[in-house]
Design a binder for this molecule. Structure first.
Ligand code: PGA
Length: 255
């Protein structure tokens, strides 16, 4: 059984004090162990504080929004895997569509970052997904195939099983327009099939595939009930601690 993974991608939002206030309410709302892996992905400036509040507890893990592939050096404005590791960061989001479209990240750059993160024992959350034009042109599968093949090139089966994939159709991000559960499930099944062709089916079965794009408390349960949807990468709705707790609850295993 794949454990569901729900991540809060705060993007360029939340100061240190706002992050503190969020966690105060959120951790209270979710209580203890709940069978869901929760990852809080604050901006770099709030990582240290969020790390300190989460401590060694297992209530939620820490993620970063990006990293550079080099270990250190003259890369003004960049952050290395080692810097993240020291703050007990466990996950790092790589190749988010905003990085791809606004900051020119290509599948090759994604691949360098993915490999560097795994070498540093950080688990990458690799974002893939088509634009509306690509969907309308019938290119969903070819786009996803290329993003997986190039972005994850060279990963061993062990590295692949430590990797999380986030399927985020670009047209659904921040637009309020969610993919239907059927559309999302079809894309997730295709992603898993592609992984099984490029690696093997046992490994493909282990990889968690999150859906991202306008996930809200109102649509989370329906999306999470699809067989190949193993969690969510939540942007806008992850900044409200009560709403985000509801999304986590929607992913809890049925008793
Ligand atoms: P959204 O963002 O939930 O605001 O659509 C999702 C994401 O970009 O990860």
């Amino acid at each position: 059984m794949r454990k569901k993974i729900i991540a809060a991608n705060w993007k360029m939002n939340m100061t240190v004090s706002e992050a503190e206030a969020f966690l105060h309410t959120f951790l209270h709302e979710i209580g203890g162990e709940n069978g869901v892996e929760i990852v809080i992905v604050p901006p770099f400036t709030a990582l240290a504080k969020v790390s300190e509040i989460l401590g060694r507890g297992q209530a939620a893990k820490l993620g970063a929004q990006n990293m550079h592939w080099e270990k250190s050096g003259a890369f003004t404005g960049e952050i290395s895997a080692q810097m993240l590791r020291e703050l007990y960061v466990r996950y790092v989001v790589i190749g988010h569509s905003e990085r791809r479209t606004l900051f020119g990240e290509t599948d090759d750059i994604v691949n360098r970052k993915v490999r560097a993160s795994l070498e540093a024992a950080l688990k990458p959350v690799v974002c893939i997904g088509e634009t509306l034009e690509q969907r309308d042109a019938g290119e969903v599968e070819s786009v996803l195939h290329r993003q997986i093949k190039v972005g994850l090139q060279g990963l061993s089966v062990r590295e692949l099983s430590d990797t999380v994939i986030a399927y985020e159709p670009v047209w659904a991000i921040g637009t309020g327009r969610t993919a239907t559960p059927e559309q999302a499930q079809a894309a997730h099944a295709f992603i898993r099939k592609t992984l099984s062709e490029l690696w093997d089916s046992a490994t493909a079965d282990k990889v968690r595939i999150q859906y991202g794009g306008s996930v809200k408390p109102q649509n989370a349960a329906e999306l999470m009930s699809e067989p190949d949807i193993d969690g969510a990468l939540v942007g806008g709705a992850s900044m409200d601690p009560r709403g985000f707790a509801e999304i986590v609850k929607a992913a809890m295993p049925a008793h």
